[in-house]
Every structure is written in structure tokens, then in C-alpha cells.
Design a protein around this ligand. Structure first.
Ligand code: SF4
Length: 364
């Protein structure tokens, strides 16, 4: 679940709209160009503007492929610790194909196939799986694993660690669970005053990968103010996908009257996209599916922005576009943005022979 912020962690909300922003200058498919036709377009009905990039990231793509390949190779059931990614449509689809989602390894039969979700797991869970002789595939996103490795290395070097993240989120539990003690969670700038590291001579910071870039910078500033010698990550831990989607929403927010974020309530990066849009002064809502989209969100709004969290599949975006068309949208076009070409390798042991390959095609 998306976790509540701790007491005193209310995020600031800059409500002031961005003034004087002209409408999007691009052309709707099949329409003429120029300001005149753009103005005509607004008067005829709403226009949908799509953020780029949006939707699946490389870590989510890889995690889903790991589950599907395991199902094709070993047959159902395949057990998955926690939702493989935080998306209802994806999880329900994999359940229908034979995945069983569990939180506690106690219910997994000996010898079964178990997959760790993209969010990662604490070391205690890895040990428990090894003791149970399970066939384990790790779908932890490599960018989360990178933070795990960093935490373990810093701990070995004698650092106390401050983690910026959301309490109770599985990624935070997994990262904090890489070491025993000596790691302090802060959710907001106010939390920084409350932590009591055993020593401050060697203090380092890591972050959850899916935070708001701007909120994390504020917390980081508060940490630096209290602990001037703190060691910061060489490259920030917030991942490329989170950063790119937030940058795209900032551009989108300048062009539209409302932003719809496709994503599940449990998805951290989707929630951050909605917050970013609101901070840029634009009304914003999250929809887990087309059925969630409420007409009053878009009524009277001539320019509708649409984006999707890193765990939301493109089919949901297409279904929401269809619903917007049914509600009166007359054109759809994409805002220019970064073309992501990131791809992560699969873990060993999931190469498919001919029969398993046919199974995989059958699953799709
Ligand atoms: S959002 Fe970032 S950290 Fe999470 S799975 Fe995608 S690439 Fe990995």
C-alpha cells in the first residue's frame, strides 16, 4: 500500500498555476497546422496530450518477463513474493496464468518456484528461501539491487546510513533489510531532526528509487544542514525511469488543464507523478483503469494530459483514451520527450527450450 507519511511529514503543495502558458503547439493526427486550427480544435472538443516517456520501465518489463518465463518453463503454480509490480491489471493477469502472490514464504511448498518482486527483499527473506530449498528467481530491479549493494558496502566500511523513503514500502523494507541496524529512515525534512545516529563521523545517504526528485532534494538539504559531512550518493539513487516520467509531467503540466495518471494506488512512482502535476498547479487524478475515470475530472477541461506510472501497461492508456473519446475528446497527440532504450538482462536459468517457448506464446 502507498504508505501514510509520518506525523509532520505533510508534503508542501505549491498551488499557484503556471500563468500565461499558450496551448500545445503540436498538431492532432490528420489535422492541419497553425494556431487557427489549434484554436478550432479547442472549440470543437477536448484534446488529449500524452506525456513521453510514460508507462513501463525496463525493470518492470524484466520482472513481468521473469514470471511469464518461469510459468512457461516450470508450469504453474509459480509463487511471487509480494505483487511483482504495483499494478492491479498486471497482477490479475499473472494470477490467471498461474502465478500465486504471497507475502509470507511459510505458505510456499518445498521445491516450488519462487520469484522476488521488482521491489527487492531483505536479506532475511533470501536466507529463508535458501533454507526452504526453493527454486528462486530474483526479479529485483537491477537499479534497486545497486542500492542494496551500496548499503552493504557502506555498512561494511563503518558508515551509519540514512535512507530517504516511504515507511512500509517493500523497496524500503528490502533496502533497510540489507544490514542489521545502523540505518535510519527519513520520510521528510522534519524527520531529519528526529533521527539519532550512534555516530556522525561516518554518515551516508541512500534513497528509494521512486521518490519525487524535488522532495528528495529538500530532504537532502535538511540532512546536509544537520550533518554537513554526510556522504551523498555519487549518482542519485532515484532511477532514470522515475526522473524521466516526472520531467515529462512537468512539461505536460504547462500545456494542459488536468493530468490523468494511469496507475494503481499502491504504485509509488504513479503517486509521485500526480503530486508533481499538482505542484505545477494542475489538477491531477489517478486511474487504475478506464472504469475509474470520472467524467467530472475532465468536464469543461479542453486540454487533458495523460501519463502512466512505470508499472502501468500501455493497454490501460489506450483504454483510457477510448473512454476520453467517448466523453468528447476529439484528438490525441504526444508531447516530445526522451526515447528510453534501457534493457536489463534476465537472470540465468530462464532460457526457454522449444516446448517452453510455445508455452510462453500461449500465455500471451
Ligand atoms: S521504476 Fe526504476 S527502480 Fe523501479 S523497476 Fe522501474 S527502473 Fe527499476
Amino acid at each position: 500500500m502507498e504508505q501514510k507519511k509520518s506525523e509532520g511529514c505533510g508534503a508542501s503543495r505549491a498551488k499557484a498555476p503556471v500563468a500565461g502558458v499558450p496551448p500545445a503547439s503540436g498538431r492532432a493526427p490528420g489535422e492541419g497546422g497553425g494556431a487557427t486550427s489549434a484554436q478550432a480544435e479547442w472549440s470543437l472538443g477536448a484534446s488529449v496530450l500524452l506525456a513521453v516517456p510514460r508507462g513501463f520501465c525496463a525493470g518492470v518489463d524484466r520482472a513481468i518477463e521473469i514470471v511469464e518465463r518461469a510459468l512457461a518453463k516450470f508450469g504453474p503454480p509459480v509463487y511471487v513474493r509480494h505483487e511483482i509490480v504495483h499494478n492491479t491489471y498486471v497482477v490479475d493477469g499473472l494470477k490467471r496464468k498461474g502465478a500465486v502472490f504471497i507475502e509470507d514464504l511459510a505458505g510456499v511448498p518445498a521445491g516450488a518456484t519462487l520469484i522476488f518482486s521488482a521491489h527487492g527483499v531483505p536479506r532475511a527473506v533470501q536466507r529463508q528461501a535458501a533454507e526452504r530449498s526453493l527454486r528462486v528467481f530474483d526479479a529485483t530491479c537491477p537499479l534497486v539491487t545497486k542500492v542494496h549493494v551500496e548499503v552493504a558496502r557502506l555498512h561494511q566500511q563503518g558508515y551509519d546510513i540514512i535512507m530517504i523513503g516511504h515507511r512500509g514500502h517493500p523497496e524500503v523494507e528490502g533496502t533497510m533489510g540489507q544490514v542489521d541496524g545502523a540505518i535510519h529512515l527519513v520520510e521528510c525534512a522534519q524527520d531529519v531532526a528526529r533521527i539519532q545516529p550512534a555516530q556522525t563521523a561516518k554518515l551516508a545517504v541512500v534513497t528509494q528509487t521512486t521518490l519525487s526528485v524535488d522532495d528528495a532534494a529538500q530532504v537532502m538539504a535538511a540532512i546536509r544542514a544537520r550533518f554537513p559531512n554526510v556522504r551523498q550518493p555519487k549518482q542519485q539513487d532515484i532511477c532514470y525511469a522515475t526522473q524521466n516520467r516526472q520531467d515529462a509531467v512537468k512539461l505536460l503540466a504547462r500545456e494542459v488543464d488536468v493530468v490523468i495518471v494511469v496507475g494503481s494506488p499502491t504504485s509509488s512512482n504513479s503517486n509521485r507523478l500526480r503530486e508533481v502535476a499538482r505542484k505545477f498547479g494542475v489538477d491531477s487524478h489517478m486511474a487504475d483503469s478506464a472504469a475509474d475515470l470520472r467524467p467530472e475530472w475532465v468536464q469543461g477541461k479542453p486540454r487533458i494530459g495523460l501519463t502512466a506510472g512505470a508499472s502501468a501497461p500501455d493497454i490501460l492508456v489506450r483504454q483510457i483514451i477510448e473512454r476520453l473519446r467517448a466523453l468528447g475528446a476529439v484528438s490525441v497527440r504526444s508531447l516530445g520527450g526522451i526515447d528510453e532504450a534501457v534493457k536489463f538482462p534476465l537472470p540465468k536459468g530462464l532460457k526457454l527450450e522449444e516446448a517452453a517457448r510455445a508455452n510462453l506464446e500461449h500465455l500471451h
